[in-house]
Design a protein around this ligand. Structure first.
Ligand code: URA
Length: 292
């Protein structure tokens, strides 16, 4: 047996430091996964079919792209697949296609689990789809799972989730009377901020999830969720406490209350009073919607 030399150890230490900096901060399995081998196998399996599938948008996607002033992505015809670079817009189009093809939340979860267009999937341990009751009147949407959520496969189970549970309890709600999800369903490595590109790729999924759950009221938790779902660039401090609308792809307008993220409240407890006011607004709105 060859024992590692001091030189090997230095190399290993440097490699581990590199991983830690890149946000790879946890061993998920005992055996390392050779991603290069997996990639080569997949690439050589049926490249033409795979790539054609990836870049073939539906007619609905093409129409939507045109409405948004973008060029629809064209299928590559007979171009050799290995030479075709997959544009990011292709992943967004594919996500839209998969989201639109989901008739139920279960189907959406399956499509998301099979989706390979977002790099975050490959560093996350689990798909964090949702928690709570999809029939609930209220849906809450955060930014992205953290370490605890990634390990459990459920949103808001860590410290900020515990605070969220206390806030919900204060207005008479619990996990069975709300539905909870995130804009991004995979943990970004090292809890880094998701890139705008990752957000755009995941956007069709959360939008479809909201549409299928069809809550009476939507609550966005934190700035990134508000910006993504309410189509605004305004800061959350200005947005919070004011009713907005989330408009679904089919044109349904859902009342939405932007509020502060529980993780932010843990760091800034003096601002809990703002979140408290926002949730009282939500409670009053729910009551008026239910009582008619
Ligand atoms: N923060 C989020 O935005 N979502 C979670 O699920 C956990 C922490």
């Amino acid at each position: 047996m060859n024992f590692p030399t001091e030189k090997d150890n230095v190399g290993l230490r440097e490699l581990l430091a590199f991983y830690a900096e890149a946000g790879v901060d946890e061993a998920l399995t005992d055996e390392a996964t050779d991603r290069f081998a997996a990639f080569e196998t997949r690439a050589s399996a049926a490249p033409a079919t795979r790539m054609a599938e990836r870049i073939q948008p539906s007619q609905a996607d093409a129409a939507r792209d045109q409405n948004a002033g973008r060029q629809p992505i064209k299928a590559s015809g007979s171009a050799p697949a290995a030479q075709v670079a997959v544009p990011d817009e292709g992943q967004v189009a594919l996500a839209r296609q998969q989201a639109a093809a989901s008739a139920t939340l279960d189907e959406l979860r399956e499509h998301m689990a099979a989706f390979e267009g977002c790099n975050l999937k490959f560093t996350a341990k689990t798909l964090v789809f949702a928690d709570g009751n999809p029939q609930a009147d209220i849906m809450l949407v955060g930014e992205a799972p953290g370490r605890d959520e990634d390990l459990e496969g459920l949103p808001f189970v860590g410290r900020s989730g515990q605070l969220l549970d206390r806030i919900l309890a204060a207005i008479g709600l619990d996990r069975q009377s709300v539905y909870i999800a995130n804009v991004i369903p995979w943990r970004p490595p090292g809890n880094r901020t998701p890139t705008p590109q990752e957000t755009e790729i995941c956007r069709p999924f959360i939008e479809r999830q909201i549409e299928l759950a069809n809550p009476k009221v939507l609550v966005t938790l934190g700035g990134p969720s508000a910006k993504t779902l309410l189509n605004t660039t305004e800061g959350v401090m200005r947005l919070r406490g004011n009713w907005k609308e989330h408009v679904t792809a089919s044109g349904l307008a859902i009342p939405a209350m932007p509020t502060l993220h529980p993780a932010y409240l843990l760091r800034n407890p003096a601002h809990k009073k703002f979140a408290w006011r926002d949730f009282l607004e939500v409670k009053a709105r729910l009551r008026s919607l239910v009582d008619g």
